[in-house]
Design a protein around this ligand. Structure first.
Ligand SMILES: [Zn+2]
Length: 486
């Protein structure tokens, strides 16, 4: 009996992998060739397949009667996907797709002029004119108008769908698939809020002293973080980015060009980089839009981290290949991203003077605090929005900002332009958790091997503990290998 269900599960996973590959090809074309792609259609096709009763029946039978751990884990992962899809009504998928189109089509307006969103970001991070940064931060008026009602509606619809399935709210459902609860996530936020407070207060105090601010305002945080913790772009010319990665991989005992991961450097994409795992491990691709500077360099390594995670999987099961928690996958990528801001890399691959290297290395703690607290605040707002979609969301946003960032937006509509949670629900926490995990992995590896560059055992460790078996173990089990308990 179990044998029948086992071959049925093989068949289900193979079909899901085909659907994912077709979607991956389309999304790749969307970004790389600017093709017109109906992403909602892919989502509905996947949902309709997963919602066939035989999928649930197969998983439930294996979960009840099989003693094979790998088989049970695969059934558990597919069963989680079924659950998530049960909450994906046509209305929700269509509304999300509509919001995505609005976000792409609507441009910020700064001083009466439409500007691309990446320019707005650049002003907020790098412009010395404080008042201009403030206006750039609040330049999404046209977006707010269109999103306010739609956002409340989407929060409400997702909650209703989750409650109909017996969950308290939508975040509870989304987190269940990642072996987390809302209470656990909040406890994690408390832990790392505490851990990072001193470094964050130091960043705010040093920033205010250096620039003569009375207090840190929302339009100052990214600017101050950039000025105090980042190295000048001139040390990271784009022409040296890919050769450095090739050399790092070579020192880890592998050949980048032999891995068969196409890295398209000419991509005109709204992000610095994207990794597509069309069909792991054979078809993994990277798109990058590299410019000079540290940010894009980190992105290149980050995307390569995603690719390595997919490329070195040794399991045939699609559930095991694709079933890692989102934040664990981001942590795999960030583990590579962190390599380039470590002293060994800066010494080997840049012309940076020693004192500048030391300054950047010493500021890493403040950079970390700023980053994780920004994402905790974002995730905190999203949880609040689901908790009371019809409530005072401006107050909810300010409450989290005050607690985690030490300032308020004091703007009745700023919450309405927060489109990220609408397009990527319960995802902000991934960027925060990835940093926490990344640091632990580096600390563990440095404890074992000293400086990571040039040590092939580092790569072997990552393959053995994190890549080869895919999602066979949960993230909690895998992180035990580096002694981390979140
Ligand atoms: Zn990523």
């Amino acid at each position: 009996m179990t044998g029948d269900y086992e071959s049925k599960l093989d068949e289900i996973e193979a079909h899901l992998e085909d659907l994912a590959a077709a979607e991956g090809e389309d999304v790749f074309d969307l970004y790389y060739r600017h093709a017109d792609v109906d992403t909602a259609a892919h989502e509905k096709r996947k949902r309709d397949y997963l919602l066939q009763p035989e999928v649930t029946e197969t998983c439930d039978n294996l979960l009840e009667s099989s003693e094979d751990t790998a088989l049970r884990r695969r059934a558990r992962i597919v069963r989680n996907w079924v659950n998530e899809m049960r909450a994906q009504t046509d209305e929700i998928i269509d509304l999300q797709a509509e919001i995505q189109k609005i976000v792409i089509a609507t441009k910020p307006v700064l001083d009466g002029e439409e500007i691309p969103r990446h320019q707005k970001t650049k002003i907020i991070f790098k412009n010395d004119d404080r008042e201009r940064r403030r206006r750039a931060l609040f330049s999404e008026g046209p977006l707010r108008e269109q999103l306010a009602a739609r956002a409340r509606n989407l929060y409400r619809l997702r909650n209703d769908a989750a409650r109909a399935l017996g969950y308290d709210d939508y975040p509870s459902l989304a987190l269940a698939a990642e072996d987390l609860t809302v209470a656990e996530l909040r406890a994690i936020f408390d832990t790392y809020e505490n851990e990072s407070r001193e470094a964050y207060e130091k960043l705010a105090a040093e920033g205010c002293a250096r620039f003569g601010f009375e207090r840190l305002e929302p339009w100052d945080l990214n600017y101050v973080t950039e000025k105090l913790t980042c190295a000048d772009d001139k040390y990271f010319p784009r022409a040296k980015a890919l050769p450095s990665l090739r050399e790092v991989v070579r020192q880890f005992g592998r050949d980048l060009d032999g891995l068969g991961i196409p890295i398209h450097e000419d991509a005109d994409i709204p992000y610095a980089g994207l990794c597509f795992s069309i069909r792991a491990p054979e078809d993994v691709r990277i798109l990058v839009n590299l410019q000079d500077g540290l940010t894009d360099l980190v992105t290149l390594y980050h995307e390569f981290g995603h690719a390595a995670h997919r490329k070195f999987v040794q399991r045939a099961s699609y559930a095991l290949k694709a079933g890692d928690a989102g934040f664990f996958a981001e942590a795999m990528a960030d583990t590579w991203g962190l390599l380039v801001v470590r002293p060994a890399w800066l010494r080997a691959f840049t012309e940076m003077p020693a004192e500048e290297r030391e300054r950047v290395t010493a500021a890493a703690e403040m950079a970390y605090a700023s980053r994780i607290r920004r994402f905790i605040a974002r995730q905190d707002f999203e949880l609040a929005a689901y908790a009371d979609a019809d409530g005072d969301l401006a107050a909810a946003l300010d409450e989290g900002a005050e607690r985690f960032l030490g300032f308020r937006y004091d703007d009745p509509e700023y919450w309405a332009e927060q489109y990220f949670p609408l397009l990527y629900p319960v995802y902000s926490k991934n960027y925060m958790l990835a940093r926490v995990i990344q640091r632990s992995i580096h600390r563990h590896l440095e404890g074992e091997y000293g400086e990571l560059l040039g040590e092939p055992k580092v790569f072997d460790f990552l393959v053995e503990n994190f890549y080869a078996d895919g999602a066979l173990l949960t993230w909690k089990e895998k992180l035990a290998a580096v002694g981390l308990k979140l």
